[in-house]
Design a protein around this ligand. Sequence first.
Ligand SMILES: Cc1cc2nc3c(=O)[nH]c(=O)nc-3n(C[C@H](O)[C@H](O)[C@H](O)COP(=O)(O)OP(=O)(O)OC[C@H]3O[C@@H](n4cnc5c(N)ncnc54)[C@H](O)[C@@H]3O)c2cc1C
Length: 441
Amino acid sequence: MAKRSSGGPGGARPVPASVSRREVLRGLSAASLLAAAASGSAVARALAPSRTGPRVVVVGAGAFGAFSALSLLRRGARVTLLDAWGPGNSRASSGGETRVIRGVYGADRIYVEMVARAFDLWRDNERRWKRTLYHRTGAIWLVTGPDDYIRAAMPLLSERGFPFEELTTAEARRRWPQIDYEGVRWVFREERAGYLLARQACAAAVEGFRSEGGEYRETPAEPGPLRGGALSGLRLPDGSALAADAYVFACGPWLPKIFPDLMGGTIQPTRQEVFFFGTPSGDARFSEGMMPVWVDFGPRLFYGIPGNEGRGFKVADDSRGSPFDPTGGDRIASADGLRAAREFLGRRFPAMKGAPLTESRVCQYENTVDHRFILDRHPGAANAWIAGGGSGHGFKMGPAVGERVADLVLGRAPVDPFFALSRLSKTPSGAGRPGSTEAFS
Ligand SMILES: Cc1cc2nc3c(=O)[nH]c(=O)nc-3n(C[C@H](O)[C@H](O)[C@H](O)COP(=O)(O)OP(=O)(O)OC[C@H]3O[C@@H](n4cnc5c(N)ncnc54)[C@H](O)[C@@H]3O)c2cc1C
């Protein structure tokens, strides 16, 4: 499992050659003023005389950006949220129908705590918005390989009150006879796990953000020049500029394009294919109610979500695919990917053998080398923040990430070294285990 890095919140960070030390210090004092603004001090009032908080622009309305904007707004900031193509659009990593939510995160306590918080916030937002986004189907892990990842998670799940059970294959067969347990050693079931409606949740978050007073605009934006250790503003396609006290870049797989020098090597978007197969007519065994979220937990990790809203039985391969361009990349699923999914489906779910493909999607993971998120300040701009690196497992965390980002921007919390950018410069290239289970959805 990935180890926590020893970097630190205020730790020395590389600064681009074009930004002098004095400029950075000047920028940092601007950030301190911003923090003061959030805490309501005298200096802050001079900065934000209307007492409505600092102005923040969030770029990107996927799971990370939409919930960051919402959290900033709820903490008193005046927030503008921008997205080039809209919340949960088909190019975004947050696009598509569904995402798994689960508490199993090996020995990584920080993620288990974030999932616990995310569960609370999903529920809270569902109540506010009067809609269901989280479906509690439970999740079963069909263990065919090493199980240390799950075993390491158990004490953390218990601490956090996530119910789970260990089942023999015989017990599991009685409950889900539609599964072929060939090669399965035992089955782990997490009760609170389930799935989230992805695209709909992003749209709901932006709707909620607007109804609470946030401004949303559908436009691309790019960072302007750095001046005095701070970002001078954003450039919009019509040639206009947009200025604020602070900026959050939550641009998912586009972050390397936005900051090529800083992020070029730190986030690698990979092509990921998802397939939906038609279930037999009148047969509810593969739909929600009779089928939980499932994970085939072996050397090659397949996972899936039972049919939701008549969409079919979702099957995806978690192995990291080839490098992918999120803007222009071809989104037609490959024949090889389909063959592998069909072969797996027919073997593990015999009644689905030969089922028709009803839909396919090509999405992208935005991987960091250790599969951890990046939630940090831009090292050359005291007023700019980066939230990304979801690495195939970020969606569920959206609301919890949003709170963390808001606290960072408003100076209420330091950067957690676990999510610091500086750790990535210390990680030898090629480390981490693409395709491994350590960062599964
Ligand atoms: C196939 C697949 C399955 C997954 N399964 C799971 C799962 O089961 N569980 C889970 O928790 N996670 C899962 N993930 C991961 C999760 O979906 C992502 O980590 C998460 O959605 C990333 O959100 P984001 O906001 O960082 O990025 P995005 O959703 O990509 O959002 C970035 C946004 O920025 C906008 N943007 C980019 N550039 C600009 C610009 N210059 N100006 C304005 N806007 C811009 C884009 O339009 C986009 O909307 C999965 C991902 C994929 C692809």
